[in-house]
Design a protein around this ligand. Structure first.
Ligand SMILES: Cc1cc2nc3c(=O)[nH]c(=O)nc-3n(C[C@H](O)[C@H](O)[C@H](O)COP(=O)(O)OP(=O)(O)OC[C@H]3O[C@@H](n4cnc5c(N)ncnc54)[C@H](O)[C@@H]3O)c2cc1C
Length: 429
């Protein structure tokens, strides 16, 4: 049995940040364990032939606490100055998330009047905390929300009607809606001090493994022990106090465990009952290469239209250059509620592309990948159910936090890193 001062489960953004904070706060022996064989959690790159794809996370900001803790990262990121766009409700290209000209100025006075009426109706009848549908209707009015395609996007995000999604999720995922649509939000923006640096950046050409290699070295040098790719069997109270983590290879003990893995996974290790309301989305990524005519200039394109299952398309070749004379990109689809078949999802994407004509030429599906637990699903009642599981884990001495462990839709890695710092510091006090 190896003894530690703290064990961190999951070596994603939250776990790497937590291990660094624990060392800084005096824990001498820290163990960082992950069933995944790499650092970065759901930051995953895949090499397929000459192309390097990512499954999801793509754009980062260089003022993140992670970069403050691991400054070596700064030199590896590449600057990103690409454009982000969206397909609106009827499949036309528009700015993301709002296009003032297309969504408001070009609609004509009659439609504008209707939108205003719908906004007043939303403000009077909707409770923005009740559901995602109410949140959006309250801030934008249902008519404008439908016109932008926001409801279609939300449904695509979860495979569920926005009326069944908690208002809490909408608040986290769509803060820009309330920030832009309220006078208080606009004032806050004007008064916010300018940050010294907040450059948008992307990972190096070689992928996330190359990016996080210095973090591995830095954690190791600071005394954190890493066990990656180690299957975890159980996490139980030890006879002499603390917790005992058993893997196929070894047993480790510590007075406190910091878990960033999905709640259902941690509960299973701790032999706690599962809660069916606590569910995570499964992400299918389709990886394409392409040669031909592309009609959109955007590096990242969101699908807010009424057709197609895909939700985001990321043009990797815009950042890293073409490979073998071909562009390459990945397409994200939440596949929980969809038939579990990449061929069908590929066919659906191709049909949509044909209808819209935004990629005309030779489109090749190079590979696919499924990721369980991409993000928490906030169907009504899920937050309360997750809070119950977090409390049960806490009673055992396990602090559960992060995007998966906290059942917390953290929209960016920056937020995950800030929240991990806060969680670990608060636990120690
Ligand atoms: C599709 C997508 C796109 C995103 N795009 C961006 C972006 O462009 N920019 C940005 O800043 N952020 C983006 N994010 C958010 C960002 O990736 C997260 O905020 C951050 O990675 C969360 O880190 P974490 O350590 O809390 O959790 P994660 O890295 O999600 O997971 C933590 C740990 O949980 C464990 N785990 C996960 N799934 C399982 C499983 N099924 N079984 C067992 N263990 C598991 C692993 O040990 C993992 O290390 C995106 C996220 C997704 C899913």
């Amino acid at each position: 049995m190896e003894r530690f001062d703290a064990i961190v489960l999951g070596a994603g953004i939250s776990g790497m940040t937590a291990a660094s904070v624990l060392r800084e706060r005096g824990a001498q022996r820290v163990l960082l364990v992950d069933e995944y064989g790499h650092l970065g959690g759901n930051h995953v790159s895949l090499d397929i032939g000459p192309f390097t794809y990512d499954i999801g996370s793509f754009i980062f900001h260089d003022n993140s606490p992670l970069m403050r803790r691991f400054p070596e990262l700064r030199d590896l990121y590449l600057p990103f100055d690409g454009q982000t766009g969206r397909l609106d409700f009827d499949g036309r290209l528009a700015q993301y998330p709002f296009d003032m000209r297309k969504d408001l100025l070009q609609v004509g006075p009659i439609e504008l009047g209707r939108m205003l009426g719908s906004l007043v109706h939303g403000r009077l009848t909707c409770d923005p905390t009740r559901s995602a549908q109410d949140f959006v209707s309250y801030w934008l009015g249902e008519r404008l929300a439908r016109r932008t395609g926001l409801f279609s996007y939300l449904e695509r995000f979860y495979g569920a009607s926005p009326a069944l999604i908690e208002g809490e999720f909408a608040r986290k995922r769509m803060q820009w809606v309330s920030a832009n649509a309220s006078i208080r939000g606009q004032l806050k923006r004007l008064m916010k001090p300018r940050r010294l640096s907040n450059r948008a950046v992307v990972r190096p050409r070689g992928g996330f493994t190359e990016l996080y290699e210095p973090v591995r070295a830095s954690l190791g040098a600071s005394g954190v022990q890493l066990r990656l790719g180690e299957r975890i069997a159980s996490l139980e109270p030890g006879k002499a106090g603390g917790l005992v983590l058993s893997t196929g290879a070894a047993r480790y003990t510590a007075p406190a465990v910091y878990s960033t893995v999905p709640l259902d996974v941690a509960a299973q290790w701790c032999r706690l009952p599962p809660n069916p309301s606590v569910r995570y989305a499964t992400l299918t990524s389709l990886f394409y290469s392409f040669r031909g005519t592309r009609t959109f200039p955007h590096h990242v394109l969101y699908n807010f239209s009424n057709a197609g299952r895909w939700k985001r398309l990321t043009m990797h070749s815009d950042c890293y250059g073409q490979a073998d004379g071909r562009e390459y990109f990945s397409v994200e689809i939440i596949s929980d509620a969809q038939p579990d078949n990449a061929d069908l999802l590929d066919a659906d994407f191709r049909t949509h592309v044909r209808q819209n004509g935004f990629l005309r030429g030779d489109l090749v599906l190079e590979g696919t990948r499924k990721t369980a637990s991409a993000y928490p699903i906030y169907l009504l009642g899920a937050t309360a159910a997750a809070a119950g599981m977090i409390t049960s884990l806490r009673a055992l001495g396990v602090l559960s936090f992060g995007r998966q462990g906290g059942f917390d839709y953290q929209p960016t890695s920056h937020v995950s890193s800030v929240m991990a710092e806060r969680a670990v510091m608060a636990f120690g006090n």
